[in-house]
Every structure is written in C-alpha cells, then in structure tokens.
Design a protein around this ligand. Structure first.
Ligand SMILES: C[S@@+](CC[C@H](N)C(=O)[O-])C[C@H]1O[C@@H](n2cnc3c(N)ncnc32)[C@H](O)[C@@H]1O
Length: 315
C-alpha cells in the first residue's frame, strides 16, 4: 500500500522531497494541470470539512475588512480564483454588485462549486450572524444559484465573471472602477515581476476609495504535507537549488518575506493601511538553530518566521 495522505507518507522520512520530484515531473508534462487535479482528488484536498473552514476563514476576513470597504454593491477583482471560487460566491451572497475573478488556469469545476454552495446552505444561520445580513436575504440569493445545471449559468446568476485563462495584471477594466482587489495565497506563488505588474494594475483600476487585500502564505507549503519539517524549512536552501527544483508551473513559491512584500508595495505607490501576521513559536525556535541561506541575511528571526500575512493597502 502506498497511501497519498501526507500523514501516512510521513513515516518514510523526507516525504516532502518526493512531492517536489512528483511536481517537478508533472510540471514538464502537457497534461500537468489535469494530473494535478487527479492527485488533489485522491488526496481529498477539497473536502467538505476543509471547505467549511475556508468559508468561515474568509467570512472573518470580510468582516474585518468591512471597516475599510463594504462589500455591499462593491465591484471586486479577485486575483487567482484557484480550484474553489469560495470568495466570489460569498461576495455574491453578501451583496457585491460584480465580481471579476481571474486565473491563469481554468481550475474551477462545477462539482466542486456545487459542494461549496451546499456547505454555505448548511451554515446560513452562522453566516447571517457573522455578517449581519438577514437570513431571509441569504436564502433568497442562494435560491437563485442553487439549482443551476452548469458553471456558466451559476456564475452568470451570481454576477461572477470568471476570466480563465486570464491575467489579473492585464484586466482591460476601466480606470478607477473597482472597490476591492483581493488575493488569497497567490502573491507567494508568482515572480517579483508579476507582483509588480499586479500592483500597478490594481493601482490603475481601483477607485480612490478602493482597497487591495492580500493574504499571503509565507510558509514552506511542504510542511503541510510532511509534518517532520517546519514552516521555515525552505529558508535553508540556496536560490539555485530552490529555483531548479521548486520554481515550476505547479509548485512555485518565491519565499519573499513580509518585509520584502511591504517594501515592494510601497515602492509601487501603495499606502499600507493594515498588516496582521502570524508567527509560530516553534518556527522561531527552529530558526535560531538551523542553517539559513545567505539570501535571507539582514532579517531578524521574527521577520523570517512570519508564516501568514494579511495586508490591506490603498493607492
Ligand atoms: C495557490 S492558488 C490559490 C488559489 C485560491 N486563491 C485559493 O486560495 O485557493 C494561486 C492561483 O493564482 C493564479 N494566478 C497566479 N498569477 C495570476 C495572475 N497574474 N492572474 C490570474 N491568476 C493568477 C494561479 O493560476 C493559481 O490558480
């Protein structure tokens, strides 16, 4: 038996390197995206429990950002929809006017989307309580999209324009027409040059009152697969090693730290409104004893240990 589940593979040691190799091979294959989806399905990555967690994580975030920009009647651009259009669906439910969701790859599947809608349907009381949107309104909006028979119909009824393949750094939207630009676990997966282009495009399309919200996963993603390594493990490796094995179309992680992101935003004309981050004491402890690659010199252990950053900015 060769289980896919990371916890079981764990016992074999250095399992994250096996994942690096599999992703490296997949990235060189023409059907890489489809095979990646099959692996994700085998690993049950988008199960109902995980989906529910994501729904409530995003609701907490929407609640937190309401003081800067309401989602009611908002025009929103999402950078990097991914496999599950949870943020877009929640925005529709909470009354956004239009949601443009861009992705380089057309990952969204109808089946996964109806599963999100079912999860939302089971949690309407809690959603109403968190967001203060009356349950009767949520029920009414959910009814509109509940029985759709295709993704196209569903997105059209939910005012979601899914642009995939599409590039959020070249939206073709009018200047200063957008209230919120949003990304979740995207900016860590792209090159600095693409980050620059995305910031400049956000600056162009956001209204004066608009905001950009970026949630950035600054941790070694292989640590979720292999529990033997920490979230700072990847800071050991040289740029050469990391670029050769990990920077590919399936597993790209730029390893930029929060401090570097903030500098990039400010250099491109952004005003930082708020920054919230998370540090795990175990990572901090590990950093004090492990080898750290010279490319991360000049940053404190605390700066290096930040594994998640929520950055809100305006222009
Ligand atoms: C790791 S996934 C995260 C997806 C989703 N936000 C989530 O949290 O599940 C990053 C996604 O961003 C997309 N992406 C990266 N750069 C992009 C760009 N410039 N425009 C549109 N999508 C982009 C990738 O194709 C990928 O689907």
């Amino acid at each position: 038996m060769f289980p896919i589940n990371g916890y079981q593979l764990n016992s074999m040691g250095d399992m994250w390197k096996l994942k690096v190799i599999v992703q490296f091979i997949l990235s060189k294959m023409p059907l890489g995206e489809k095979l990646n989806y099959i692996f994700q399905k085998l690993n049950n990555s988008h199960n109902a429990e995980e989906t529910k967690k994501k729904i409530f994580g995003l609701l907490a975030l929407i609640k937190k950002t309401e003081k800067y920009q309401s989602v009611q009647n908002a025009s929103v651009v999402e950078i990097g929809t991914g496999w599950q259009p949870i943020y877009s669906l929640l925005l529709y439910l909470l009354g956004a006017q239009i949601i443009y969701s861009y992705d380089h790859l057309r990952h969204v599947r109808f089946g996964l989307t109806t599963m999100i809608i079912q999860c939302i349907g089971k949690s309407l009381d809690e959603i109403s309580e968190i967001t203060s949107v009356p349950k009767s309104i949520l029920v009414k909006r959910l009814k509109v999209i509940k029985d759709c028979s295709s993704l196209e119909e569903l997105f059209s009824k939910a005012n979601i324009i899914y642009i995939a393949p599409g590039d959020a750094s070249k939206t073709d939207l009018e200047n200063e027409t957008i209230d919120i630009v949003f990304s979740y676990n995207v900016l860590e997966h792209i090159s600095k040059e693409i980050i620059y282009n995305l910031i400049l495009e956000s600056k162009r399309i956001l209204k004066e009152s608009g905001i950009a919200i970026h949630i950035i996963g600054l941790y070694d993603h292989y640590a979720t697969f292999d529990k033997k390594i920490t979230k700072v493990n990847f800071l050991k490796f040289s740029e050469f090693w990391w670029t050769f094995f990990v920077l590919n179309t399936i597993s790209y992680h730029n390893r930029l730290r929060e401090k570097q992101f903030l500098k990039i935003f400010e250099q491109h004309g952004a005003k930082i409104i708020s920054v919230e981050n998370r540090i795990d004491p175990d990572d901090l402890k590990k950093l004090k004893t492990m080898k750290i690659d010279k490319s991360f010199q000049g940053m404190s252990f605390e700066e290096l240990a930040i594994h998640r950053s929520e950055i809100i900015l305006s222009f």
